[in-house]
Design a protein around this ligand. Sequence first.
Ligand code: AOS
Ligand code: ZN
Ligand code: ZN
Length: 388
Amino acid sequence: MTAPSAVKAALTSQAIETPSWAYGNSGTRFKVFAQPGVPRDPREKLDDAAQVHRHTGVAPTVALHIPWDRVDDYAALARHADDLGLRLGAINANVFQDDDYKLGSVCHPEAAVRRKALDHLFECVDIMDATGSRDLKLWFSDGTNYPGQDDIRARQDRLAEALTAVYERLGDDQRILLEYKFFEPAFYTTDVPDWGTAYAHCLKLGPKAQVVVDTGHHAPGTNIEFIVALLLREGKLGGFDFNSRFYADDDLMVGAADPFQLFRIMYEVVRGGGLDPAAGVAFMLDQCHNIEPKVPAIIRSVMNVQEATAKALLVDRDALAAAQASGDVLGANAALMDAFSTDVRPLLAEVRADAGLDPDPVAAYHRSGWAEKITEERKGGQQAGWGA
Ligand code: AOS
Ligand code: ZN
Ligand code: ZN
């Protein structure tokens, strides 16, 4: 059993990146329910993100999405983040919202469209140079809707060509994080549909290309923790886009739909040494809070990752290994289930109290008056949201 002091140390050093877009308005294709107090620009998104870090102590970086977070001066935005005790995190490219990308971006049959998409990826690397970001997160909505629409193999060639060009543009301390998704918005083929495709491209590119596991991007029933264990073993787990799903890429609060799955994922991370910062695993949220207040939902999500991590750290690895080695099926399962069944909220309350934080970050946020403040101050002006 991992000594609580080691567990507390690991929990104290954990870092969970929040996504700028989670603070803005979002919705489904049916409706976006705008909320009062939503940020009107990237600076205000950082102001909200600073509340998550203020109350949790483990959310020091914020991922940006370009063009949603495009500004004239990225160094100034990085300074604003620094003033708030934050740093700018991954830069997320967006080659899925321009009319030209109807038939794809880097996989598009027309060279001119592929060039436009590649130029956007180069712009994102330029922004990384300005913000000091390590990671360029690439999710391609590219795919086809009908058999015969395009050549599956040729699209892979086009993808490889673009990825190679971007890889060669990277600085020594920068990475590509390539994200896969089994469907949506394309329905017949997606050009990066699964971990194997992403892994194959990253393997060819080199050590600065790794795979992102978005927990909402798998077919129902997929054993995600197996993918995590394998990618970590191969040194190709670049990170996570954490969220919850009941049906597809629902982007709900991570851990809300299946906390047991999140625990099993975090156990494989712990078992594989993925909590060590040297492993380079980025723990990012990728969520949209369409009907719930955004800042407390993100705080709850961070807490859910912390709880799964704490449980994973409490697995009695010696007892588990002994049971596994002796083929004691029930004993091995019990060793894992004992940790999952442990209420780690008192432990996390201690970790927060030791860090000078309120044991209950959500309650502390509600008491802080931040929601009332931003609702009053942010009246008027164009609210941020998907596409804005
Ligand atoms: C899209 O489904 C992917 O999860 C992306 O990581 C992300 O959600 C998108 O870039 C918009 O935020
Ligand atoms: Zn994602
Ligand atoms: Zn997604």
